[in-house]
Design a protein around this ligand. Structure first.
Ligand code: ATP
Length: 325
C-alpha cells in the first residue's frame, strides 16, 4: 500500500507545483501579453499590422495533463496517472469583426477564461484554429502577435519597479509625454502626478501600494501605450469600491474605443453594448445574439441575466425592473 500511496501523494504535490508554475506564468504573461517560452516556427509569418479580425474555428481544447507538462525527472511518478483532463472547449466557432465588441458570458466553469487564453497562446488549441488577421496564431511571429493583442485581467500585476519601468514593458521607447498621455486616458495621471517622485515612484510591497482599482488603471495605461488592435478583457471588478470601479470603467471605455474586443463580461452595460453576446455552457456556444434578442429568447442567457447581470450592477437598470414585474 505504501508503495502505491507514496507515489500518488508525490503526484498530487507535483500537480500543485505544475499549477502554481502555470499561475505565475500567467502573471508575467499579462505584462508581456504572451506566455514566455512559447516557440516561434522557423517559417512564422507576421500578422499584418493593425489587424482587427479574430476567428475561432471549431476550437476544441483540454488542459494538458501533468504527464504532458514535461518534467523529465518526475517521469516515473507522473506515469502512474495517465488520466486525461476532460475537454473544456468543444467546437467553439465565432468571428469578431474589426472594431466589434463580443461579450462572453456563461456559468462558472463554462470555459470563458480558457477561450480568452487561447488568443494570446497561454495555451494552444487541441483541435481547430484561432486566427488573428487571418493568420493562425501558432504560425504567427511572436512579435506580431504581441503587438496585435493586449490583455487586461482582473488581477493586474505590477513589478516592484518604478511606474515608468512598469509602463515601458508595453513600449520600451515610450517618452515621458507618451506615458502621461496613456495615464491620462487611463484616468490615473492625477494620482501619479501627486506622488513626490511621479513616474519614478517605486511600486509594490516595499514601495507605493496602489489600490486594486489604481493597479488596474496602470495596467490599462500600459495597454494604451501599446496600442494593440485587439483587446482581451476580463472585466470582473468584484473587489473595487464604486468610485474606483467608475474610474476603471471610464479608462476601459477609452481603451476599447476603435478596437476589436473580446470581453469576459460581468457588467450589464457591457452585454447591452456588445455587438454580439456568446453564451458558453460546458465548453459549447449554446446561444448567440444581442442582449434584447437573447432576453426575449428566454433561454440560458435570460436566466443568467436575471441572476447575474440584473443584480448588483450600479447604473440604471430599466430591464431589471421589467423582469421583476
Ligand atoms: P469562471 O466564470 O468561474 O471564471 P470560466 O467560464 O472562465 O469560469 P474556465 O476558467 O475557462 O471557466 O474553466 C473551464 C473548465 O476548465 C473548468 O472546468 C475548470 O475547472 C477547468 N480548468 C481551468 N483551468 C484548468 C487547468 N489549469 N487545468 C485543468 N483544468 C482546468
Amino acid at each position: 500500500l505504501t508503495r502505491l500511496y507514496g507515489p500518488l501523494t508525490a503526484l498530487s504535490n507535483v500537480r500543485v507545483d505544475v499549477m502554481s508554475a502555470l499561475v505565475s506564468f500567467d502573471r508575467v504573461f499579462e505584462v508581456l501579453d504572451l506566455k514566455p517560452g512559447i516557440e516561434e516556427k522557423p517559417d512564422a509569418v507576421a500578422i499584418p499590422p493593425g489587424s482587427g479580425r479574430l476567428e475561432f474555428r471549431d476550437v476544441h481544447f483540454r488542459y494538458p495533463s501533468a504527464d504532458e507538462v514535461s518534467l523529465a525527472t518526475l517521469e516515473d511518478v507522473v506515469a502512474l496517472d495517465r488520466t486525461e483532463n476532460a475537454p473544456v472547449l468543444r467546437g467553439v466557432d465565432f468571428v469578431v469583426e474589426p472594431g466589434q465588441m463580443v461579450a462572453l458570458v456563461g456559468p462558472s466553469g463554462a470555459g470563458k477564461s480558457t477561450t480568452s487564453m487561447l488568443v494570446s497562446r497561454v495555451y494552444d488549441v487541441t483541435e481547430g484554429a484561432v486566427r488573428v488577421g487571418g493568420v493562425d496564431v501558432r504560425d504567427a511571429t511572436l512579435e506580431s502577435l504581441r503587438d496585435t493583442i493586449g490583455v487586461v485581467t482582473q488581477d493586474s500585476h505590477l513589478f516592484h519597479e518604478t511606474i515608468a519601468e512598469n509602463l515601458r514593458y508595453a513600449r520600451p521607447e515610450a517618452t515621458e509625454e507618451d506615458m502621461w498621455e496613456a495615464l491620462r486616458g487611463a484616468q490615473v495621471a492625477e494620482l501619479v502626478r501627486s506622488l513626490p517622485e511621479g513616474l519614478d515612484t517605486v511600486v509594490g510591497e516595499r514601495g507605493y501600494r496602489f489600490s486594486g482599482g489604481e493597479k488596474q488603471r496602470i495596467a490599462i495605461a500600459r495597454l494604451l501605450l501599446k496600442h494593440p488592435s485587439i483587446v482581451i478583457l476580463d472585466e470582473a471588478t468584484a473587489h473595487l469600491d464604486s468610485e474606483s470601479e467608475a474610474a476603471v470603467q471610464r479608462a476601459l471605455t477609452v481603451a476599447l474605443e476603435g478596437r476589436t474586443a473580446l470581453v469576459i463580461a460581468h457588467r450589464l452595460s457591457t452585454v447591452r453594448d456588445a455587438d454580439q453576446i456568446l453564451v458558453l455552457d460546458d465548453g459549447r456556444i449554446v446561444e448567440r445574439g444581442k442582449h434584447s434578442e437573447l432576453v426575449a429568447a428566454g433561454g440560458l442567457y435570460a436566466e443568467l441575466y436575471r441572476t447575474q447581470f440584473a443584480v448588483g450592477d450600479s447604473p440604471a437598470l430599466p430591464y431589471a425592473e421589467e423582469t421583476e414585474q
